[in-house]
Design a protein around this ligand. Structure first.
Ligand SMILES: NC(=O)c1ccc[n+]([C@@H]2O[C@H](COP(=O)([O-])OP(=O)(O)OC[C@H]3O[C@@H](n4cnc5c(N)ncnc54)[C@H](OP(=O)(O)O)[C@@H]3O)[C@@H](O)[C@H]2O)c1
Length: 346
């Protein structure tokens, strides 16, 4: 079977296809034939050789998003059968209950080989069966951005119809955040660097848009759009660089969901972290800042049920073929997309 390995990244991207033996499932494992996967921001970082403190071996197979079908099961597997259409979260050990930082040690595409492969051995306990109404391409958008936004808006954010949800950018997490907010009847404001993208985001369901490039003081616009109140829930899909602005745009008792890890610029010196001069707003407005790390298998199951019940479709900007993976990376890096990119595998 074919997989892509990240290769020797010391001189830049070195992703290349190699042949590997077909995997054999052990006890409690299954083999997924991958039908679709997708690129996320963290995959670009991984392809450049590291994620946080984890240094990648040159043989690492990237991409954590996945949807496929089961072609073999090992001993002791009862929850899935050959032929089942399935998906799973890349932090597969978080099945239910509270997150523990040690769960990040088993992370598909970072500490384990990921899904830019024709076949992958997966733990059966992590698998979720897909409804017929979701295509492989659609299902492969959900693991990282869909679930992260679900956790931020529905679980940790506990958004309600009277809330205003503000979500930064037109990327995958942001667009899913808007979809979950609208599902709950909340009002949704989105930001973008492009008026054309804002117009499209409104067609997709956003109530209001603010251009953060032409309006650098965009929190002032958010306050104006909310009669001076601010946003109840903010998805900071950018990172620490936007924390000050989020503190300014938040309503009293607001919840700021810290999701983004500032876009990483490769081959450049790391930037100094910003000095937070607006921190008194935390106390003055009684704000909560909450770190979000994707979501559990239980949350993922809830998400899929809600999609079916409410007929929600992921926003896929473009689907690439397996042989066009470099085109997908180029398009991802161009910043032109809205929502998700998908790669069709088999
Ligand atoms: N915590 C977690 O568990 C978790 C999970 C998934 C992703 N993430 C992180 O969340 C971030 C977003 O992920 P993604 O998949 O949505 O990325 P993405 O699809 O690549 O989207 C990134 C978008 O960010 C917007 N952006 C960039 N700078 C901005 C700024 N200063 N203000 C507002 N928007 C800005 C851009 O929107 P416009 O083009 O419209 O300007 C861009 O399209 C990444 O850092 C990713 O690593 C974290």
């Amino acid at each position: 079977m074919k997989v892509f390995e990240i290769g020797d990244y010391s001189q830049g991207l070195a992703l290349h296809a190699v042949e590997r033996p077909e995997p054999v499932p052990g006890h409690g494992e299954a083999v997924m034939r991958v039908r679709a996967t997708g690129i996320n921001a963290r995959d670009l970082t991984i392809m450049h050789g590291s994620l946080g403190k984890t240094v990648m071996p040159h043989t690492r197979v990237p991409l954590s998003d996945n949807a496929g079908d089961i072609i073999a099961v090992g001993a002791g597997v009862e929850n899935v059968r050959v032929g089942d259409r399935v998906t799973m979260s890349h932090y597969w050990q978080w099945l239910d209950g509270d997150w523990h930082a040690s769960m990040s040690e088993k992370d598909y595409a970072a500490t384990l080989d990921g899904f830019l492969a024709e076949q992958v051995v997966v733990p059966a306990a992590a698998l979720i069966r897909l409804p017929d109404s979701l295509s492989y391409e659609e299902a492969s958008t959900l693991q990282s951005p869909g679930l992260t936004a679900w956790n931020a808006v529905v679980e940790a954010g506990a958004a309600k119809a009277s809330d205003t949800v503000l979500t930064l950018g037109s990327g995958a997490v942001s667009v899913f955040g808007m979809q979950w907010a609208k599902m709950l009847g909340a009002r949704c404001i989105m930001t973008s660097s492009s008026d054309a993208k804002l117009a499209r985001l409104k067609e997709l369901g956003a109530d209001l848009g603010v251009n953060y490039r032409t309006s650098p003081d965009w929190p002032a616009e958010v306050l104006e759009l909310t009669d001076g109140e601010g946003a109840d829930i903010i998805l900071n899909n950018v990172g620490l660089g936007e924390m000050e602005n989020c503190l300014m745009a938040a309503a009293s008792n607001g919840r700021i969901m810290h999701i983004g890890a500032n876009p990483v610029v490769h081959n450049q010196e790391p930037q100094e972290p910003p000095v937070l001069t607006k921190l008194p707003n935390l106390i003055l407005k009684n704000l909560t800042v909450r770190g979000i790390i994707v979501g559990s298998r239980r949350m993922f199951t809830d998400l899929i049920r809600a999609m079916v019940r409410n007929d929600i479709r992921p926003v896929i900007d473009r689907v690439f073929d397996w042989d066009d993976v470099y085109d997908a990376i180029d398009y991802m890096q161009s910043g032109e997309k809205i929502g998700k990119l998908v790669i069709r595998v088999t």
